[in-house]
Design a protein around this ligand. Structure first.
Ligand code: MF3
Ligand code: CO
Length: 259
């Protein structure tokens, strides 16, 4: 079913389609779990990318990001002040490095997308607090993803959760619809006032992904044309789930079976 909302083309997925998206998302969750454990002192993000790509192909899936607008890897690994779209490289991770891991797959025609943030070795108090507020803000946003609410009710809940803790939400990148394309309508900003944007309907599938900065919300893109970094060089964390809107509330698709 295809519906037009405020100029956007938002697709409502059938239960069967949602199960396919769930299968893709579970694969992402499973691999991210493996990645989190592989974020170690002395390891590299390039190694993480290799494990991610091998795991994806082993499952008969394709990396969703590799080749997307020329992105060169399966995984986005953004270290410390890098916000998102960090390209994996061979620099060794130091104790306390914060690493945002973002992964997408395509399986049987449907996409899954999720992100987590992990720390190599011992997390500093600063990093641990930033990560926990980022994750918490995502869950508060997801709670607003119910039939009858509007997109910006999700956005506003995330922004309030983040700013009440003294952090800032990135504005120049947003969450998105997902399904048979990696990025579909609607856009899901992580900031805004309540009651704006398309109304949420059963069957909509959204990737909600707050990027949270310690200092300014402003980011710059590096010369590699991908890596987004905080303008002030302070830390940034990212957490993402793909969810489906159901009549019983938000169904988190990108979690492990039984989680
Ligand atoms: N989760 C991110 C997004 O939805 C990652 C995309 S990486 C890209 O935008 F390479 F595919 F762009
Ligand atoms: Co995404």
């Amino acid at each position: 079913m295809v519906r037009r909302c405020a100029g956007q083309m938002i697709i409502c997925r059938s239960e069967k389609e949602i199960e396919k998206i769930r299968t893709s998302c579970r694969l992402v969750a499973k691999i991210l779990k493996k990645m989190e454990k592989a974020v170690v002192v002395g390891g590299t993000t390039k190694e993480l990318d290799e494990i991610a790509e091998a795991s994806i192909r082993e499952a008969g899936a394709k990396p969703a990001f590799k080749g997307y607008r020329g992105y060169p890897a399966a995984l986005c690994a953004s270290v410390n002040s890098q916000v998102i779209h960090g390209i994996p490289n061979s620099r060794r991770l130091n104790n306390g490095d914060l690493v945002s891991l973002d992964l997408g797959v395509l399986l049987d025609g449907y996409y899954g997308d999720a992100a987590v943030t992990a720390v190599a070795g011992n997390a500093t108090v600063r990093a641990a607090r930033l990560i926990s507020v980022t994750r918490e803000s995502l869950y508060l946003g997801i709670q607003q993803a119910v039939v009858g609410n509007r997109i910006s009710d999700i956005s506003c809940a995330i922004q309030e959760a983040v700013e009440s803790q003294g952090y800032a939400v990135v504005r120049s990148y947003v969450g998105h619809g997902i399904g048979t394309n990696l990025h579909e309508d609607p856009q899901v900003p992580n900031y805004g006032t309540r009651g704006k944007g398309p109304r949420l309907k059963e069957g909509m599938v959204l990737a909600i992904e707050p990027m949270v900065n310690e200092g300014t919300h402003e980011v710059k893109v590096l010369a590699d044309n991908w890596t987004a970094e905080t303008l002030d060089g302070r830390l940034s964390a990212h957490w993402e789930h793909t969810i489906a809107i159901t009549k019983n509330g938000a169904d988190i698709l990108s979690k492990l079976e039984g989680e």
